[in-house]
Design a protein around this ligand. Structure first.
Ligand code: ADP
Ligand code: ZN
Length: 740
């Protein structure tokens, strides 16, 4: 925008400070902040949450740092519409947002959006109506009325209408009747807290044996203050949680807030209860399954500092805490920390960044730490503490491989006689078995026996998975589903569809055949009833109300099943051959975690892993219990191949409605890549998932040496590359975990 003389004179005659211009990040995929005028008499500062007009819409944005473009004439800019009455995002939080945006090459406005909430959350909580006892007697004293008056007369504090009725065990109309007679007056009370305040000294610490040294070291880093990263590397059931509870207690004593990141928080209600036993109150919860009203309350409580501890999924990392003093990342190796949508980020890594910017400690926790964290520990960047044994008399399960070539299942089955025998014995002892298979549905592939037709998703290059409980075939990529057809759509033959391979539902069928009298539960995220049902079922399992549990990875995470003494891995090889450089690591972690469900309370326990590759290093590492040797080998291989964390990767997925458009654009990007030593581009190649939701996908993989400036390289590539036209979209993933 140019300056003409009228602008110049204009600004000479008015005091220019009267109309300010500020940059505002808006929740749109644009690379920079937009400029807005601040109306006279309105106060904003960097971090203020505001409403601004963008085109015909009103959006919520955040006033940002940085100089304004002083060539802009404030009078030609649109003004800020509204400033919300909530504390501004701190400098720390703004720096964090900028950092994440730069690192992930995401639009800063989209990153900032993760830190703020819908307008309802931004306004202060409304006062609640309460009742104050004025004394006096009603005309007629019924027993119900007497109970109300007894309670209300006890103390001088006001009650809420429903609280009083509930406490007195009467209906609200009884209370209303008394109010109408002038015995109560209506007053306004501050809203109740979202969660009670956790008390660091509610119970005394439970720390024994090796836990002592671990907690001493962790507490040292907390008392020292400032940024530090600790890694608690301890087997399942070793007391990692007890140790980090002490770190939380110490941080609470210092008056600071704590964030606990957990994968699958929605399902870990037992964690919340355990926290409550230790601290006398539950932490604030944060996950996608929270009711919207509750989300708003928790958000506000975090911002004002009233909520001291939040236990949340990865998105909780962007909560604008008033005074955050510690982050715990439990199960730090878990792939669920990676978000692959809009802003692609790894919450574990970004949590370390957040702690560094905020200058406070962070504690990573795992029974099977990621190779990245192991390497950081070896290099001395992280302070690693070890908990090598289970707490108390609980022993690790006895693990054995079942060589499926030598002990094949009977025709049409998937469970080896070895595993079936073990299940029978477990059942006879009145204990529980868990069969683990990371495949939802009945069968991963359905085909016609007559013509060989395979059922494929019309929008994706993936097979449709049969879900027999729902009589559907479904696409696990896009969610497409149809009723399982009776006839083959290709050749029309009736009843000739065959299921290939097992899913949990099919294993359940096999189990029912062998153990018709056993109580069997299938746990899979796609079953009806959602999170609520899963919570109930997890509790039922913990109480021993099931004999055999068949589940996908959602049963693997953090649950404590006291009676579970046998874990059978139906297909231990499943994750090993998917083209992912982390396949071995992932398989090792997942299988360790699942087998770790067994024997947590001292009963003798077993794990049986069905495999066709008993010599594979992952299988050997698991049964030998020698995790150290596995990691050593894995680290050496990564180093040789310059793979993370010794090298860096970024993946670009170019997608379009036609294959030609996607391919042409991907080639154009490749051609625009700068020539730099230490960074190379692989591809473009058609992605393994070549078609998703009707979009054709091509993939470029950028590989760089550890210290290369990947971000600068990628920025140059995108800037010099072809203009994004038509249906073309680019997904940029720094440190990718998915190679599909
Ligand atoms: P992890 O987090 O390593 O899986 P947990 O902290 O869940 O281990 O501990 C496993 C079990 O042992 C839990 O039931 C826990 O209550 C119990 N436990 C661990 N340490 C102690 C301790 N020092 N005193 C009493 N119980 C403990
Ligand atoms: Zn699909």
């Amino acid at each position: 925008m140019g300056i003409d003389s009228s602008d110049l004179f204009g600004s000479l005659f008015e005091a220019p400070s009267l109309v300010r211009v500020v940059p505002v990040l808006v929740p749109l995929p644009v690379p920079v902040a937009y400029s807005y005028a601040v109306p006279e008499g309105v106060h904003v500062e960097p971090g203020s949450v505001v409403q601004v007009p963008v085109g015909p819409r009103q959006l919520i944005g955040v006033v940002w740092d940085g100089d304004n473009d002083d060539k802009l004439d404030p009078k030609k800019l649109r003004p800020i519409t509204l400033v919300f009455d909530c504390p501004p995002l701190s400098k720390e939080m703004r720096d964090f947002v900028d950092w994440v945006a730069r690192y992930t090459l995401s639009p800063p406005g989209l990153v900032a959006r993760m830190a703020i909430r819908a307008p309802a959350a931004l306004d202060p909580e409304p006062m609640v109506e309460g009742l104050r006892y004025l004394g006096g007697q009603p005309e007629r004293l019924t027993p119900a009325r007497a109970r109300v008056l007894d309670l209300a007369g006890e103390e001088e504090i006001p009650w809420t209408r429903s609280g009083l009725a509930h406490a007195a065990g009467v209906s609200m109309s009884v209370v209303d009747g008394l109010t109408a007679q002038g015995i109560f007056e209506t007053v306004f009370l501050p809203p109740p807290p979202v969660v009670a305040r956790p008390d660091p000294d509610y119970t005394s610490p439970r720390i024994e044996g090796p836990q002592k040294q671990a907690s001493v070291e962790i507490l040292e880093s907390i008392r020292a203050g400032g940024f530090s990263t600790s890694l608690i590397d301890g087997v399942t059931g070793s007391g990692k949680t007890e140790v980090y509870f002490e770190a939380i207690a110490e941080t609470l004593r210092r008056g600071k807030q704590v964030l606990i990141l957990l994968p699958e928080i929605a399902l870990t209600s037992s964690f919340l209860e355990r926290f409550q036993e230790r601290f006398g109150a539950k932490p604030g919860e944060w996950h996608s399954d929270l009711a919207p009203r509750m989300r708003e309350k928790v958000w506000r409580g975090v911002v004002t500092g009233e909520v001291k501890v939040v236990a949340g999924a990865r998105s909780a990392l962007f909560l604008p805490f008033e005074d955050l003093g510690l982050i715990i990342v439990d199960e730090e190796h878990d792939p669920a920390y990676k978000q692959e949508d809009r802003v692609f980020y790894n919450a574990r890594d970004m949590a370390v960044v957040r702690a560094r910017i905020g200058d406070f400690p962070i504690v990573l926790v795992s029974a099977t730490p990621s190779v990245e964290s192991q390497v950081n520990g070896l290099a001395g960047r992280y302070n690693t503490v070890h908990l090598p044994t289970r707490f108390g008399d609980a022993a690790m399960p006895d693990l054995h491989l079942v060589d499926m070539r030598r002990h094949p299942p009977e025709r049409g089955g998937f469970l080896s006689p070895v595993l079936l025998r073990a299940m029978k014995k477990t059942l006879e002892r009145g204990e529980q078995s868990l069969l683990f298979l990371n495949r939802r549905g009945y069968a991963p592939l359905t085909l016609c026996r007559v013509c060989g037709h395979r059922f494929q998703c019309p929008q994706c290059s993936s097979w449709l998975v049969e879900h027999r409980f729902k009589s559907q075939i479904q696409c696990h990529q896009c969610g497409y589903s149809e009723r399982t057809p009776e006839a083959c759509p290709e050749c029309g033959t009736l009843d000739h569809l065959v299921a290939c391979g097992p899913g949990v539902e099919r294993i359940a069928e096999e189990v029912e055949k062998h153990f018709p009298e056993a109580r069997t539960i299938v746990m899979s995220s796609d079953l009806l009833g959602g999170v609520k049902r899963m919570r109930i079922e997890l509790e039922a399992i913990a109480k021993g109300e099931a004999d055999i549990v068949i589940g996908t990875q959602l049963v693997a995470k953090g649950h404590n099943f006291p009676l579970m003494t046998l874990v059978g891995i139906v297909d231990a090889d499943l994750g090993l051959s998917n083209g992912d450089p982390r396949a071995a690591e992932r398989t090792f972690q997942l299988l360790s975690q699942v087998t770790g469900r067994a024997g947590r309370t001292g009963l003798k326990s077993h794990g049986l892993l069905q495999t066709f590759q008993p010599q594979h290093p992952v299988m050997q590492a698991i049964v030998s219990g020698d995790a150290g040797a596995f990691y050593e080998r894995e680290i050496a291989e990564r180093e040789k191949a310059i793979l993370p964390p010794f090298g860096r990767l970024a993946s670009l997925i170019v997608s379009a409605e036609t294959r030609a458009d996607a391919e042409t654009h991907a080639r154009g990007l490749r051609a625009a890549a700068p020539k730099v030593t230490g960074i190379s581009v692989l591809g473009p190649a058609e992605a393994p998932l070549a078609l998703v939701r009707g979009r054709h996908r091509f993939r470029l993989l950028v590989h760089g040496r550890r210290n290369s400036d990947m971000q600068a390289f990628l920025r140059a590539m995108l800037e010099n590359g072809p203009k994004q036209r038509g249906s073309v979209q680019i997904q940029l993933d720094i440190d990718p975990q998915s190679f599909l």
